[in-house]
Design a protein around this ligand. Structure first.
Ligand code: OSB
Ligand code: MG
Length: 371
């Protein structure tokens, strides 16, 4: 590939409803849209999805913007990137900043796939034509949670994930299980517990959850292994898996039986696929995690979830779940709990430039000559 430059846009839009966890309430979402352009004028799009404050990972919109503008994009434009596969090695000298790297990785791979005229997932061995949709319930109050589940049921979501914490877990799960005894249900704790809560956590086995996501510390592997030995509910790791080395360690220690793969958390396509492949050979199922993302990252996620070991429904929902208007055309839709994997070149959807411009609050362009 012959890169000409990048345009970064900071966008912002309100969520239809607040996204509430015990760590933070998100009301409006910002993201960094990265557009990579080659010398033939073709473009590829990526989306970096840190939050405005560092509640989920240590990165923020500000750190990401600077990592991209000052280090990652100049590094890529300084060198000749012949093949998208070289991106990882080229940016290895920039430590961490995985959410920034994920946005860049998406832009480069989308452009590369468009140059080749193929759907992005096929570059990584994706085969699925449809992926299962999963809903995330992140609200406050039991009645709100129950009515939201009720409201989402007709769309056919293949699983529901409820955010829990130490103070609401039992009452919330009791209420859901008495109203929906057979609902395919899992819970995400976002590190709300410690191993000191072992006896309490063992009681959650009674709710036959598909899994419990990240119950303990956000970098822990050892305590999760102890907890998994004492719980029948499978543990799924989210925050603790930042790299394929983390995944390898977690599987060696027995810290989990499932892994949530998030491109944003692990630095992009290459590392996400590496974790997928590692889990595949060890017979550990994975699913595709969400970041309350806009359509560009969502399209990348759908393409990723089309790989064979994504056997569990992920946090994949239609554009209309969180947004009044998305930045892609056509928007992502759900049909009987299923989302069609776009077949066109790259991520297979087009950026709606009018919508993108309306949401843009900052913009910068870095071309090869002004590096
Ligand atoms: O912990 O899985 C999480 C969203 C943002 C940050 C962290 C998490 C989430 C989700 C996914 O739960 C929500 C979604 O995109 O549908
Ligand atoms: Mg999670």
């Amino acid at each position: 590939m012959q890169l000409a430059g990048f345009t970064m846009r900071l966008i912002e839009a309100p969520l239809k409803a607040p996204f509430i966890t015990h760590l933070e309430t998100v009301r409006k979402r910002q993201a960094i849209i990265i557009e990579a352009t080659d010398r033939d004028g073709r473009t590829g799009f990526g989306e970096a999805d840190p939050f405005s404050s560092p509640w989920y990972t240590g990165e923020t919109i500000d750190t990401c913007w600077r990592a991209l503008r000052d280090f990652l994009l100049p590094r890529v434009l300084d060198d000749d990137l012949h093949d998208a596969d070289e991106l990882e090695a080229l940016t290895r000298s920039v430590r961490g900043n995985r959410m920034a790297k994920a946005g860049l990785s998406q832009a480069i791979w989308d452009l590369y796939a468009r140059e080749k005229g193929c759907a992005i997932g096929t570059l990584f061995g994706a085969t699925r034509k449809h992926v299962d949709a999963g809903a995330v319930i992140a609200t406050e109050g039991i009645d709100t949670a129950l009515s939201l589940i009720e409201q989402l049921l007709p769309a056919g979501y293949k699983r529901f994930k409820i955010k829990i914490s130490r103070h609401n877990d039992r009452t919330l799960l009791d209420a859901i299980r008495s109203r929906f005894p057979e609902l395919p249900l899992m819970a995400d704790a976002n590190s709300a517990y410690t191993l000191g809560d072992l006896e309490h956590l063992k009681q959650l086995d009674a709710y036959h959850l598909q899994m419990i996501e990240q119950p303990l510390g956000e970098t822990d592997l050892v305590d999760h292994a102890k907890l998994q030995r004492d719980m029948t509910t499978p543990i799924c790791l989210d925050e603790s898996i930042r790299t394929s080395d983390d995944a390898r360690s977690a599987l060696a220690l027995g810290s989990c039986r499932v892994i949530a793969v998030k491109m944003a958390r692990v630095g992009g396509w290459t590392e996400a696929v590496r974790i997928h492949n590692l889990c595949l050979v060890q017979n550990v199922p994975v699913w595709c995690g969400g970041m309350i993302e806009f359509g560009i990252a969502k399209a990348h996620n759908i393409a990723l979830a089309a790989l064979s070991n994504f056997t569990l429904p992920g946090d994949l929902s239609p554009s209309s779940r969180y947004w009044n208007e998305d930045i892609i055309e056509p928007e992502i839709t759900i049909n009987q709990g299923s989302i069609k994997v776009p077949e066109g070149p790259g991520i297979g959807v087009t950026v709606n430039r009018q919508a993108l411009n309306r949401m843009t609050i900052a913009k910068t362009t870095i071309n090869r000559q002004n590096v």
